[in-house]
Ligand binder design. Sequence first.
Ligand code: SF4
Length: 293
Amino acid sequence: MSGKQFSFTSILGWSASRYEKFQSCRRSYYYAYYGKFDPDFPIAKINALKALSSKALAIGSLAHDCIEAIFKRLQQSDAAVDKNRLKAYIHSKTMEFHASKVFFEVYYGQIDSVSTDEISTYVNESVDHLLNSERFEWIRSQSAENKKRWIIEPQGYGETRICGLKAYCKVDFLLPNEEGVFILDWKTGKQDWEKQQKQLIGYALFASGNFNFPIEQIHPIVVYLKNGYEEKEVALLPESLDAFARRVQEETYEMYTYVADIEKNIPKDKAHFPMQDDVAACKYCEYKALCGR
Ligand code: SF4
């Protein structure tokens, strides 16, 4: 299933992570989304900082890749997962990741090096929590016909339209069957129900807008994998859907006030994107080398 496609436009598209960046610090938002317009630093330098990975990000990214591989394989075969092969796969993916990335903690001198064993242990644990869950058995037991309809980490950024505005809501895993349409979102970090609920409402609107699934049949579920297995389903109440759509509109228009040309998404001058006053909030920012913080 490929869903609705949109022709390319330059206009900015809302996403939960974009607005989160915008809110956290206007200057970091500028570096993250408008680095090529920066008059002070070469784009290569900005992009190198943007590409830094923290240990937590590495664990999340590797666990997602691994779960994607497991479900893609399940579409082809019902055979039980070979835990030893899986462990070797996670080890080799962790080594690849380690070789291709610079870690935030190392770049900023917090630690001398990142232990690949530590990362792969956390990835193994998270994936194991999923494999030992009833939910995994339920997914595994789906019919071959249903498996063909799974959408696993779809290509692209999950572009959709909310109230006619461009938005990005990318699902991890979408499973339609006779009971409904299940959207499962894997979390390897801490629980933040308020934030994650909103994210999942966006995914439900993506599934309904791009694939025409009736909204009342959609079950968005957040799956926590860090300390065991836990899942929480988001209720799609009419008032929460309305509130989400309003929020996307308000936040998009707020971000529009920082661009000089809305259609081309050209930012105003860098001076419109001030640095954060609270120096303590810079502690985990990837761009602190540019701000001297
Ligand atoms: S270091 Fe601080 S001021 Fe600079 S971009 Fe990051 S959060 Fe903003």
